[in-house]
Design a protein around this ligand. Sequence first.
Ligand SMILES: *[C@@H]1O[C@H](CO)[C@@H](O)[C@H](O)[C@H]1NC(C)=O
Length: 231
Amino acid sequence: MKFLLTVLSTFIMVISMTNQAFATLSVDVSSLTSVAAFSCAKNLGYSTAAIRGYFEAYGNNPGGAIDSNFLKSYENAKQAGYTDIDVYMFPCTGRSTCKTPQQQVNELVNLINTNKVIVRTAWLDVEVDKTSGNWNLGPAKNQEILKEFFAAWKSTGWKFGIYSSQSQWEAITGDKNWVLDSSLPLWYAIYDKNSSLNNYRAFGGWTQGTCKQYDGDAKFCGASFDKNICK
Ligand SMILES: *[C@@H]1O[C@H](CO)[C@@H](O)[C@H](O)[C@H]1NC(C)=O
């Protein structure tokens, strides 16, 4: 019995080590990030990066706009040795001045194509930002907007996914179980500071996520990063 237990626990240890080995740590950034900061993060084991490429833009750019730091941060990440780089889009939604979803997606796609930027996955950030007053037209309209962004991304032929969390999805769509397309990759946020993908809270029909953002606005390497774990 003792022997069996030892064999069993060794087996379980190997399995969990294997899981660890397949998971990768990742950082994401929304502000201009230097080569030094990216190099430092890479040395700490964050092997992939996601960079904001588009934002909801209010004030001077009320319709949504390319993030003017994106190209520079991308070049810096590349120079620091990053090869697996994602882009994320914080869309303009809910204001009458917002460009159409297709226009917003096209702007980002054109920027990336024109500059020969290689991104792995584009993520659509589905999250309330009170300062910009986004997603404020009620669940029915929000679902419609989400379907429009979905169709716009689909039309690009790019690999794209959804970033959100159970509480944000519920607040925006009115129902945590409302399904957009649960076959899309999911990047979910739970700020439990725990780099384990096990602590998932289901929404949108997804049974598991590809990445989990487990810490936001962490300050290290002289910069501000969000921390993620990905399968
Ligand atoms: C992280 O989450 C895992 C899975 O739920 C759990 O086993 C582990 O104890 C947690 N670690 C910490 C430091 O809380």
